[in-house]
Design a protein around this ligand. Structure first.
Ligand code: SF4
Length: 357
């Protein structure tokens, strides 16, 4: 019986949904309703039959967009996402189950209105009153594991590391784009460290990547990864190190090409943002810098050899589930007191651990 997974959250959450998708695909075809960015990062995933794009901020906004999306879900459940091939997938004429990996009221109403009879989500979600099965939100587990449990609500035991390991599938074209970035480095025989200085939330952006890059460049090349908003900081970081020893790929290549690039790095240093989850999917050891958030929220790096950095002695940490745009106390000590020397030390430790794995 076919399933529909709804995941319209941030990019990192979408990456962490891939173990759930893989688990569900063992039992039948899986379609995923996601954002335009989500569709880009989930491309080529062999566990997904069809990707349904839901652009709720633009062309699918408002009541009319809601109605159109309900129609698309009904059509995809019965006929396939393109509507050209008749695919009566289930006796009920649509999806057998919907899995609400993103818990908003709107997502719950979408699948309820589309007539999907079995609707599974977390017992803490905003849309839970529309669910037919409510699964414990295990606050003490990694989010990849929490999402995986949606597929196994009545299972005892604990999943293996492999079962909750996220996956991404860059294409040949993505590999080509990643190679082009590597080819721009002067000494291609030197391995590189990827750094991801961006975040949607200002207080999660550690301010010392320039100094860290200078330390890294004594031994490694440096490649900056990120989105369009990170182009300027990427250029500034590159300008701090000897010419040819760094490249700025931020905003210049796509999500899966960035994944391919992170997969080639010997390690990644990143804030608590999407690149750490991409690194988990590409098995790249990671140093994740936590400021106003903490790894206990369930969003730490998963690749072997990874570690986390943060000012553990600050009583005000954590102050927000996502990270505020401004420090509510005005001093931002959670990031300002984390020195480049300390992060570099953790990076060195990660490199020595991962080389001995
Ligand atoms: S209140 Fe504390 S944890 Fe929150 S941003 Fe400020 S320094 Fe960081």
């Amino acid at each position: 019986m076919s399933s529909l997974v709804l995941q319209t959250s941030f990019l990192g959450d979408i990456v962490l949904t891939t173990p759930l998708i893989r688990e569900l695909a063992r039992g039948g075809p899986v379609d995923v309703l996601t954002t335009p960015e989500g569709a880009t990062i989930l491309a080529n995933n062999p566990d997904i039959r069809s990707l349904l794009v839901y652009d709720r901020r633009e062309c699918d906004s408002g009541l009319a967009g809601f109605g159109r999306t309900v129609g698309r879900i009904r059509q995809a459940g019965i006929f396939g996402s393109h509507g050209s091939t008749i695919r009566i997938s289930d006796e009920s004429g649509g999806y057998g189950s919907a899995y609400l990996a993103q818990g908003s009221l709107r997502s719950a109403m979408l699948v309820a209105t589309a007539g999907i009879k079995r609707r599974v989500g977390f017992n803490t979600s905003e849309g839970r009153r529309f669910y037919t099965e409510r699964v414990d939100y295990r606050a003490d587990r990694h989010h990849a594991e929490r999402l995986w449990w949606l597929a196994k609500p009545s299972c005892d035991g604990v999943p293996t590391a492999d079962q909750i390991s996220p996956e991404l599938f860059p294409s040949g074209e993505d590999d080509h784009a990643a190679n082009a970035v590597c080819d721009s480095l002067a000494d291609k025989s030197r391995p590189f460290i990827a750094v991801a200085p961006g975040s949607v939330w200002a207080t999660k952006r550690w301010p010392f990547y320039h100094e860290l890059a200078v330390r890294i460049a004594h031994e490694f090349n440096v490649v900056v990864v990120g989105g369009a908003a990170d182009v300027a900081i990427g250029d500034a970081i590159v300008s701090q190190v000897p010419k040819g020893s760094a490249a700025n790929a931020a905003g210049r290549i796509g999500f899966l090409a960035s994944a391919a690039l992170i997969g080639r790095a010997v390690a990644l240093v990143t804030n608590d943002s999407a690149p750490q989850h991409i690194a988990s999917a590409m098995n790249t050891p990671t140093v994740t810098i936590f400021g106003p958030t903490v790894p206990d929220f369930g969003f730490g790096p998963l690749a072997p050899g990874s570690t986390v950095a943060g000012v553990r002695t600050l009583a005000c940490r954590p102050c927000d589930r996502h990270g505020p745009q401004r420090c509510p106390l005005g001093h931002w000590r959670c990031m300002r007191e984390l020195s480049p020397a300390e992060v570099f030390g953790l990076l060195t430790q990660t490199l020595s651990q991962s080389s001995s794995v």
